[in-house]
Design a protein around this ligand. Structure first.
Ligand code: PLP
Length: 229
């Protein structure tokens, strides 16, 4: 058996697979967000040392601790559900919040983003398949939520994010990815600052890229299976 790949080798393998998928689809290669939830700061430091800059976290406090433990110069993205009572801390800790799905959270982030810092980059999370009880705004609510975010000087509306229903077959998620790209294109016509469509994870990123993702969020394929939290 070959020795297990090092984190830097896994990073280069994932980047290679991303570029291959993009080339096959005739699309530009998307950005890679390394999903570091549950991983210790040392694991983030290793990937940062190999050149990775953007990291995704699901929990606000966990990200605050890691950001404090690591060098400046990394970009931190919140990809987990955001409760209103965590918005003040989230507005300080993160460079991007990908999980904005209602006006109250947008308003709270804007209120707490320090004026001396660059505007907080925002993606609107979409519940594209209309699953009951799932985070994300419904597609019909998008235009109003986008206008609300765009009107906040402390926020920069950068695009959309979605987490499709898990299926055993990545191919089964293609219609959801395609719908997201259509929603993104329609909204970007109204909001020219929108440049980011975040979709695709370890087991389905090739399909997401084929359907027009500009950012993929990958944890397991980079760090290996997650330890229990
Ligand atoms: C955990 C997580 C990911 C990464 O999932 P993997 O299958 O480990 O690549 C991506 N996006 C979100 C929102 C997540 O919570």
């Amino acid at each position: 058996m070959p020795p297990p790949a090092t984190p830097a080798e896994r990073l280069h393998q994932v980047l290679h697979r991303i570029h291959e998928a993009a080339a096959a689809a005739g699309r530009p290669a998307p950005a890679l967000l390394a999903v570091s939830k549950v991983q210790p700061p040392e694991a983030v430091a290793v990937l940062a040392g190999a050149g990775q800059r953007a990291f995704g976290e699901n929990y606000v406090q966990e990200a605050a601790a890691k950001r404090g433990a690591l060098d400046a110069g990394l970009d931190w993205h919140l990809i987990g559900h955001l409760q209103s009572n965590k918005a003040a801390l989230a507005a300080q800790v993160f460079d991007w919040v990908q999980s904005v799905d209602r006006p109250s959270v947008a308003a709270a982030l804007a209120r707490h983003r320090h004026p001396a810092r660059a505007p907080l980059n925002v993606l609107l999370q979409v519940n594209v398949e209309g699953e009951a009880g799932k985070a994300g705004c419904h597609p019909e609510e998008l235009p109003a939520l986008a206008r609300k975010v765009a009107a906040e000087p402390r926020l920069a509306l950068r695009g959309l994010m979605s987490i499709p229903v898990p299926h055993a077959e990545a191919e089964a998620r293609r219609p959801a990815f395609r719908r997201m790209r259509a929603l993104f294109d329609a909204l970007a016509a109204e909001h020219p600052g929108m440049d980011t469509l975040s979709m695709g994870m370890s087991d389905d990123f090739a399909v997401a890229i084929a359907e027009g993702a500009t950012m993929v969020r990958i944890g397991t394929a980079l760090f290996g299976p997650r330890p229990p939290r």
